[in-house]
Design a protein around this ligand. Structure first.
Ligand code: XMP
Length: 512
């Protein structure tokens, strides 16, 4: 077990993730409650995260001193390095300019933490981010790597197992960072590396039981992977104290609603309220063509329908959500200032405050791919777990202009054919997200001997790692031609297909 003490870095969760990737359990605690957590957990090693403070500020955060007295290895990263230096008798001061971004360190001396990764005399890329700099090392410490701006980029007291990095080993821009962290947790701290998603499942179940006791929980299912995994996990923990509410807004893809209902009712036997609210949603959206107005209408109706159903169930104290770690960070503005709203994202957001319920969010520490692993661990079908992301407002935002049942039906059919072709070509997993868009434009065509005047369908497929940036997928023309021919032949109402070759930015993934 490794304890990560959080000093407020944006990327603390990435440290936890890297440690988990080494097969080692880790927990993050805010520095304010680190002493208690440290005594309870008795970790084999401690990692001190980065953070925005300066150790020279009055009252700036510190690690509990006992961390350095327990005879276990400690790794300090950025601010973690500074506080380590300050607490062990060295000195740090604010740097003239903050350094942020790519830098190269020169390895001065071999170290156990570099084993098999870096050797003395080499130069390696790292990702720096610091405002303070070390001016004198603590007793027992030596320099192992330096850069022009950071003469103490890596310093350590190998005897005591104290290591400190001025750069972030947890981010991908430090290409060897994951291996350095592996050396720390496995070689230096001696953690065995046999922790798996199965262990996460067990711990999460225990935590949910402890939080919920014998209270009642309701969980909104969106049809997506995250809420489904959260629900199955919570059901494993507390059984029928959980009720799921699936608000079917009529904007889902082909057969999707049935799949969710079958999965929950038949496969898992989880109590599920399936609300067919498609009339409510579709009639409210008819004639509405402004993208933001559509999103807001869907968000508002979702909350209303959900609340009404929750009231019927009655007595639930807890609301479960499939919030993931990226949702947590994205909701915290980097600058602290207002950020521009590109799109009003719709999740179950806003519900907890309105309904005055406590939140159960068992996936808060995980990233999307980890949730998929957990889903598999819980026995969710592969095809369900590996599904492309799907936006809360559903097909409404893939039908620019006003929507109608007729248009949604046309879109659903085209989308199903497109995805079928992608699966047949073995490309589904190589693509982050693929979907059809039904344009509010009709064009002239000729089919058989007749004139047609029908809708245009745009196909979109992108690659991405997190949905924040994306590139269009480079299909070969034969594939596109095959998909287009099938759509035009099989879907009445479409006589032309185009492919979207816009990346994000400047485009967004969805059209609205
Ligand atoms: P954009 O279109 O903003 O989409 O590039 C980025 C990712 O987010 C998904 N998306 C949503 N997901 N609620 C969601 O849960 C929403 O309102 C929403 N809008 C977009 C989109 O499908 C893509 O994966």
């Amino acid at each position: 077990r490794v304890l990560i003490i959080d000093f407020g870095s944006q990327v603390t969760q990435l440290i936890a993730r890297r440690v988990r990737e080494c097969g080692v359990y880790s927990e993050i605690v805010p520095f304010q409650s680190a002493g208690k957590a440290f005594r309870e957990m008795q970790p084999k090693a401690v990692i001190l995260s980065g953070g925005p403070a300066s150790t020279t500020d009055v009252g700036s955060p510190r690690a509990p001193q006992e961390v350095f007295e327990a005879g276990i290895p400690v790794l300090g990263i950025c601010y973690g390095q500074m506080t380590m230096v300050a607490q062990l008798g060295g000195e740090a001061e604010p740097a003239d300019h903050r350094e942020f971004g790519r830098a190269f360190v020169e390895i001065r001396k071999d170290s156990r933490i570099f084993d098999g990764v870096w050797n003395a005399g080499e130069q390696h890329q790292v990702w720096m981010s610091h405002g303070d700099r070390v001016i004198s090392l603590a007793p027992g410490f030596e320099v192992f790597a330096s850069s022009p701006n950071a003469p103490f980029a890596v310093s350590a007291d190998e005897q005591r197992g104290f290591y400190s990095f001025m750069f972030h080993p947890e981010v991908i821009h430090t290409p060897d960072g994951a291996r350095l962290l592996r050396n720390f947790v496995q070689k230096i701290a001696g953690c065995s590396g046999d922790w798996t998603m199965a262990s996460f499942r067990e711990d999460a179940v225990a935590r949910i039981r402890e939080q919920v006791g014998d209270g009642k929980v309701i969980c909104g299912l969106s049809g997506g992977v995250d809420s489904a995994v959260a629900a199955v996990l919570i059901h494993e923990a507390i059984g029928d104290q959980l009720t799921c509410i699936f608000v079917d807004h009529g904007l889902l893809r082909m057969n999707e609603a049935e799949q969710v209902v079958t999965l929950f009712r038949e496969h898992y036997n989880i109590p599920l309220v399936h609300v067919d609210a498609s009339d409510t949603f579709i009639s409210a959206l008819e004639g509405e063509s402004d993208p933001e107005a559509k999103r807001k209408t869907i968000g508002r109706l979702f909350v209303e329908v959900f609340e009404a159903e929750a009231r019927k169930i009655g007595g639930a104290e807890f609301l479960a959500q499939g919030t993931l770690y990226p949702d947590v960070i994205e909701s915290v503005s980097f600058t602290g200032g207002p950020s521009v709203t590109i799109k009003s994202h719709h999740n179950v957001g806003g519900l907890p405050e309105r309904m005055n319920m406590k939140l159960v969010e068992p996936l808060r520490e995980l990233f999307k791919d980890e949730v998929r692993l957990l889903g598999k661990e819980l026995g969710l079908p592969e095809a369900f777990v590996g599904r492309h992301p799907f936006p809360g407002p559903g097909l409404a935002i893939r039908c620019p202009g006003g929507i109608s049942r007729e248009k949604l039906d046309i879109l659903r059919k085209a989308d199903a054919i497109y995805l079928d072709e992608i699966r047949k070509a073995g490309l589904y997993d190589a693509i982050w997200q693929a979907f059809a868009v039904l344009l509010p434009v009709q064009t002239v065509g000729v089919m058989g001997d007749g004139r047609t005047y029908e809708y245009v369908c745009a196909l979109r497929a992108v690659t991405s790692t997190d949905g924040m940036t994306a590139d269009f997928y480079h299909f070969d023309m034969d594939f596109l031609s095959k998909a287009a021919t099938r759509i035009i032949n099989e879907v009445k109402g479409i006589n032309r297909v185009v492919y979207d070759v816009t990346s994000k930015p400047p485009g967004t993934i969805e059209w609205e």
